[in-house]
Write a protein that binds this ligand. Structure first.
Ligand code: SAM
Ligand code: SF4
Ligand code: F3S
Length: 442
């Protein structure tokens, strides 16, 4: 019987990258990827633990698969990712349908574990932290991503221990991959047809391997002619060093959207969160980058209703949003995570938190809508990623990550094209390539 793997991924871009690398890995023992759940004999669920009900969401998802296979031979079920790391053997105890629980730093062992199970049918838990062996192993397996815009993990784990966050517990200590391995992987991706690389890490700008920093990596990847755009995420303000800031003035391929999570506009809350910087420091980074590139724009992550957040703290967050005019940002109500320092703090009223979240999101979305509207009638550069399935439209992104849907042609895919913007909404710009627009006018 042919071996097929079906994967479902929750969580951040690092999980997406990991899922793809797991699929590259299991190819070595004969598995091929399927998009059809009914057709699979291996179900992989890559999980996220960042906010509420993460665990329940996993059991719910497994329950759905269980139901689907009620009358058929059950697939081999793997739970990977951050919930797997946090819950480990508890998951095997609670849900007999799960066969293997594997943590994010153990993916290099996945083939051995699958074969071990297939040989003796004993359910397994593998959640040791071992980032060095993981990447040593994965470096030998070709990254097969052919997406025009692809992820490349350069750094994993976190030593910062913000009081709200589970990442240091689920992803382990900070580890930076060797410089040459990353550059080699970028070249492989370029050879596969990839044109945009997003460098990933839970603390991507803390990257440091034998004194090579993130700025060195960007400059080296920039030399690969096929790579047209470079991005990185997620960074911490404290690691925004001047060499990286300088690139906003000099790099030809680093995109001008700076995703720099601030979490709160209040110094009191930043201190309670253990963020180790204040708002004045954040504003200094903003000023420095804008000086290097006046067209740079910022996006951010916000946590609303953190324990201790008073009206005045919340207003400081709103003031910061108005000052910086963030685009494409993420905002969530604080969710207590097991094992973190903030999980013991008294929660503020949920209704109040939700009301504040609504206000923040309205403000953030307004900037987005206004910015998108201001682009109507303009011609902007778009990296074309794909044809929108079953339609004559194409999908791409601006340098600021805004989605663009437009009339184009197949040859445009993988290229930077000029698109005339005709209309917009909060999240998307709509238009046609300049070429088509000129033909229409003629
Ligand atoms: N390393 C990044 C930084 O320092 O900002 C953040 C990475 S974290 C995976 C992504 C985002 O999830 C955070 O920026 C934060 O806004 C959100 N987040 C993390 N823990 C949270 C919690 N307990 N409740 C609500 N949002 C949370
Ligand atoms: Fe979590 Fe980011 Fe803080 Fe690390 S720096 S603990 S990943 S929020
Ligand atoms: Fe979620 Fe783990 Fe990423 S908790 S956000 S999948 S690092």
């Amino acid at each position: 019987m042919s071996k097929k793997i079906f994967a479902k991924t929750f969580g951040c871009q690092m999980n997406e990258y990991d899922t793809n690398r797991i699929i590259d890995t299991v190819k070595k023992i004969g598995f091929t990827k399927t998009e059809n759940l009914d057709d699979t004999n291996c179900f992989l669920l890559n999980t996220c633990h960042i906010r509420d009900k993460a665990k329940e969401k996993v059991y719910h998802e497994i329950g759905r698969v269980k139901k689907r296979f009620r009358l058929k031979k059950k697939p081999f079920v793997i739970v990977a990712g951050c919930v797997a790391q946090a819950e480990n053997e508890e998951m095997l105890k609670r849900e007999p349908f799960i066969d293997l629980v594997i943590g994010p730093q153990a993916y290099h062992k996945i083939n051995d574990k699958i074969e071990e199970y297939l040989n003796n049918q004993r359910r397994l838990d593998e959640t040791h932290f071992d980032a060095v062996s993981k990447f040593n192993y994965l470096d030998k397996i070709k990254n097969s991503s052919k997406k025009i815009s692809s992820f490349l993990t350069i750094q994993e784990g976190c030593d910062k221990f913000c009081h709200f966050c589970v990442v240091p517990y689920t992803r382990g200590p900070e580890y930076s991959r060797p410089f040459n391995e990353i550059v080699n992987e970028a070249k492989i991706l370029a050879g596969n047809g990839v044109r945009e690389i997003t460098l990933l890490g839970q603390n991507v700008n803390a990257y440091n391997n034998e004194n090579y920093k993130l700025s060195n990596l960007i400059l080296e990847i920039e030399k690969i002619p096929e790579i047209l755009r470079i991005r990185y995420t997620t960074s911490h303000p404290i690691d925004m060093s001047d060499d990286l800031i300088d690139l906003y003035g000099t790099s030809k391929k680093l995109m001008p959207l700076v995703h720099l999570p601030v979490q709160s506009g209040s110094n009191k809350i930043l201190k309670l969160m253990n963020r180790n910087h204040n708002i004045e420091y954040y504003l200094q980074i903003y000023e420095k980058i804008i000086k290097k590139n006046p067209s740079a724009k910022f996006s951010s992550d916000f946590i609303i209703g953190y324990p201790g957040e008073e009206e005045s703290d919340f207003n400081s967050t709103l003031d910061l949003i108005k000052k910086i005019k963030f685009i494409n940002s993420f905002s969530f109500v604080f969710s207590p995570r097991p094992g973190t320092k903030a999980s013991h703090l008294p929660l503020i009223d949920r209704k109040l938190s939700n009301e504040r979240l609504t206000i923040v999101q309205k403000e953030l979305f307004n900037f987005q809508k206004t910015m998108n509207r201001s682009l109507e009638g303009n011609v902007i550069e778009v990296l074309v990623e794909n044809r929108v399935s079953e339609s004559a439209k194409y999908f791409g992104r601006t340098g600021y990550m805004t989605s663009v849907i437009f009339d184009g042609k197949d040859e445009d895919v993988g290229k930077l094209v000029k698109v005339k913007i005709n209309s917009s909404n909060q999240n998307t710009l709509f238009g046609e390539t300049l070429e088509i627009s000129k033909l229409r006018v003629a």
